[in-house]
Design a protein around this ligand. Structure first.
Ligand code: 2P0
Length: 386
């Protein structure tokens, strides 16, 4: 069919965020409802700009068959029933389909369906196929369903974030996609609705809807799991020590699943996380950076301890990671206010006061020669730019 006319088009820009109190594990895989609440800073610099165009006519055949199997078990009971009618609902492993880093084309791999999806996706100018395209298409299905359209989309995304290196590329990516996609589909969503939508693409993306300090309320279902801005009287900064920009060995999605399923330390980390959140929010309210830094570093190291205790172990650390963590501790002994945090990768991020950031970064460059060390100040929330 001649699907070339553009029905709606929008471009949005979103920034990455770094969690101070971490999200690690889902209580509901399909809806991306986390086991714990998390707290993050949205940063300047690291960003994604995405344009979504819905193309004319749609494809009736696709609307009647393929979208049903793609929506799958994370949708409403009506759609689950539709899955049963088509006899396709029970075939795939419902978890494997969500895995960007599926190692092969086994059952449940979304690449199996991807050639029937008329959407197109380019990331930094490179046309995407397979799992990346399928994950974006499934996400667009949520928007199409809500807007009552069945048009295929053309998506083009540009990043200043290295992909899949534990620098929160999926957060800025799905925040930008949620805003551009919903706008292009003619939906006018509130910040909270946008946050809930972005969450379905990637959990941490729900926090990048807002700028500054942001709390993601864990909630217990789709309606109650969303992010909101938190008043922060301190001017904070994050220094990124880029140890590896290579794609991480295991996606965070897969790693958190493995940690939840097999790590005897995971339940202890979840329990301590609630207390960490309380302490962090109290420290923020009191402008007590020392207290905030202490709980931030402990929360991240506890998360990594729980990963290392998984069977098999999930170890993102490299030798330079340990060196960087030691350098930050050493700076503290010399009176600097600097605390480490880490995500699903080898890189170390350092929390400081904005006013100290350049001085701390320069000390770190002296102690860690040859490493790329960048200061990031607070960034803004997602915005539709055209
Ligand atoms: C966070 N991370 O709070 C934690 C800390 C990494 C370590 O959110 O499966 O890409 O798409 O919901 O959001 C990375 O996980 O995972 C992450 P999905 P996501 O920032």
């Amino acid at each position: 069919s001649g699907a070339s006319a553009v029905l709606g088009r929008a471009t949005a820009c979103a920034h990455a965020n770094i969690a101070l109190i971490k999200y690690w594990g889902k209580a509901d895989e399909a809806l991306v409802v986390p086991t714990t609440a998390s707290l993050s800073l949205t940063l300047d610099g690291l960003s994604t700009q995405t344009t979504v165009e819905f193309l004319g006519d749609g494809d009736a055949a696709r609307a009647e068959s393929d979208s049903v199997s793609l929506l799958g078990d994370d949708e409403t009971p009506a759609e689950s029933a539709a899955d049963e009618r088509t006899g396709r609902g029970g075939k795939a492993d419902p978890t494997a389909r969500f895995d960007l880093a599926a190692p092969d084309g086994s059952v449940g791999d979304p690449t199996a369906d991807s050639n029937t999806i008329p959407d197109t996706l380019t990331i930094d100018g490179v046309l995407q196929h397979g799992t990346a395209l399928a994950r974006v298409s499934r996400f667009l299905d949520l928007i199409r369903e809500r807007a009552g359209i069945s048009a295929p989309a053309r998506v083009a995304s540009r990043n200043t974030v290295p992909f899949g290196a534990g620098l929160a590329s999926s957060a800025s990516a799905f925040a930008a996609l949620a805003a551009a996609g919903s706008c292009a589909a003619g939906l006018d969503l509130s910040g909270r609705e946008l946050s809930r939508l972005a969450r379905r693409g990637s959990g941490s993306a729900c926090r990048s809807i807002y700028g500054g300090l942001v709390k993601w309320n864990a909630g217990h279902d789709d309606a109650t799991s969303y992010a909101q801005p938190v008043e922060c009287p301190m001017d904070l900064a994050i220094i990124v020590i880029l140890i590896s920009a290579k794609e991480k060995p295991m996606s965070s999605r897969e790693a958190m699943r493995l940690t939840m399923r097999t790590s005897p330390l995971y339940p202890a980390w979840v329990r301590s996380s609630a207390d960490d959140m309380t302490r962090a929010l109290a420290a923020v309210a009191a402008s007590d950076l020392d207290a905030l830094g202490e709980v931030v570093e402990a929360n991240a190291l506890g998360m990594h301890a729980s990963m290392m205790a998984a069977r098999p172990a999930v170890i993102y650390w490299l030798p330079q990671t340990v060196t960087a963590l030691s350098a930050v501790r050493d700076l503290r002994r010399h009176g600097y206010g600097a605390w480490s945090t880490m995500d699903a990768g080898a890189n170390v991020k350092v929390l400081t006061a904005a006013a100290d950031a350049e001085r701390v970064a320069s000390e770190l460059r002296d102690r860690l020669p040859g490493q790329t060390i960048e200061v990031h100040h607070i960034g803004s929330g997602v915005r539709v730019v055209e």
